[in-house]
Design a protein around this ligand. Structure first.
Ligand SMILES: NC(=O)CC[C@H](N)C(=O)O
Length: 277
């Protein structure tokens, strides 16, 4: 069975990197290293040493200029100490079959970088973004997510049988905006909408606040790319890594934890070795 080493990139304002690494370990990853972005730039650590790359949540650069906007510029324009553009390393990582997960601020980074949704295979071209919540406030609450069984997403595979997945959100900029109506339509038509916010009474996708916490169109909570190897989502799967994290646990409520997304990634990588050669 092949090795699953997880790289969680921290620095400049991430705040859930340790929980994220913990979730990866709980899900069975052999290793989960929390590495500062500057160590990637210094070429002390290479993406090619890993199979699973996670961009955790937080407030990169204090959300200045818009969440993850400044961080996206760093990824777009910096090269490492060996002269390798960071974008090339990221591109190669994905082409080698590595899995990428962006959680909340990490999802914001992936869309601003154009890693998601990468329609027409166009990576690093911004096609959608994440903007301020319709409620004009920071939303900190639990939501219920419906996985799309027809999505190519590796992370959500098989999870639709559970109905909904509860997970907490905490963000100010979680509303998806597409550059045009056709782009939005294609996300749906190509099954790139991996996760949707649902109404607790109907279990169906909803635009209703607070169940849809940000007003995201088509109730989009998470997006994948056409390969299914990349997932970005606004809710925090790492924050539901144990039964007692769930607000209903004292009432005996049982639900599939967010670590299920990580477990799917680990399982996939065991069976589908990444080829960094
Ligand atoms: N929890 C997070 O990662 C927050 C993301 C971002 N800082 C926002 O408020 O939208």
């Amino acid at each position: 069975m092949s090795q699953v080493n997880t790289l969680v990139i921290t620095g400049y304002g991430t705040n859930s990197h340790q929980e994220t690494a913990h979730a990866a370990r709980l899900a069975g990853a052999d290793r989960a290293d929390v590495v500062h972005f500057s160590d990637i730039v210094a070429a002390k650590v290479r993406l090619s040493e890993y199979q699973f790359l996670v961009f955790p949540g937080g407030f990169l650069d204090g959300d200045d200029l818009g969440a993850a906007q400044a961080a996206a510029q760093r990824w777009l324009h910096l090269s490492d100490a060996e002269g390798q553009p960071l974008l090339d390393s990221l591109n190669r990582f994905v082409d080698a079959g590595g899995l990428v997960l962006g959680i909340c601020n990490g999802f914001q980074l992936l869309v601003k970088l154009g890693v998601l949704p990468a329609l027409d295979g166009k990576r690093f071209e911004r096609q959608v973004s994440l903007s301020h919540n319709d409620s004009a406030r920071y939303e900190d609450r639990w939501v219920q997510l419906k996985p799309n069984p027809d999505s190519p997403c590796i992370f959500t595979k098989g999870l639709a049988v559970h109905g909904v997945l509860p997970m907490p959100v905490r963000h100010g900029e979680g509303k998806l905006v597409a550059r045009d109506a056709a782009t939005l339509q294609r996300l749906q038509d190509e099954n790139l909408i991996a996760l949707q916010y649902t109404h607790p009474e109907t279990g169906e996708a909803t635009q209703e606040h607070p169940w849809n916490p940000n007003g995201s169109p088509l109730a989009i909570a998470g997006l994948t790319d056409p390969t299914g190897h990349i997932l970005g989502l606004m809710p925090h799967p790492e924050a539901f890594h144990h039964a007692t994290n769930h607000p209903g646990w004292t009432r005996g409520e049982v639900a599939v934890p967010g670590t299920a997304l990580f477990a799917n990634a680990v399982r996939y990588l065991r069976e589908n070795p990444v080829n960094h050669s």
